[in-house]
Write a protein of this length. Sequence first.
Length: 199
Amino acid sequence: MFSKVIRRTHMYLALFLSPWILMYALSTMAMNHRKGLTAVFGEGPPKFEKQREVQLPDGVHQPQAPREENAKRILQALHMDGTHAIQKPGADGSLVLVRQEAAAPVRVTYYPAANKALIERQQFRMNAWLERMHRRRGYQHPYATDQVWAFSVDLVVVVIVFWVLSGLWMWWELKATRWLGALSAATGLGLFAIFLASI
């Protein structure tokens, strides 16, 4: 009974998490072969394309307030509140924000003197999108979707450890394959140890 539960759990978790595993596999390939993919996607990061300029209401930007507070107020005024990063201010005192979105980031450049925001969206590139998804992690952003995504990353990690342990259990139950399985495990462990010592 216990073995049946292990096998079923192993299988159903694999089916449930297959999109995450596929994404991490493809994104790792994209990072590992970044140079080779320039022939397909071009060199350098994707360019930002202008979408629109928006005149913001008075009082959105407070010169004495911290940059994070001003950034949040600007995004709320633009109805774009969400996960974002603040870049170094421009020479003209502009405030530059990069708002993370599903397909591609949006850059918001706020000009205090004119009280205007320039909104630009980055061109979509599959390899860049995969790398962004691979690197998204952590509970530092106070937004529900980011919290759930961070939890899903934790779940993937826990399940991978479970797959290793349950795989060992299922291998040990199959007496006919114990020697071949032991050889495979020893070879993998030895190769991994060589990489650890030499890389």
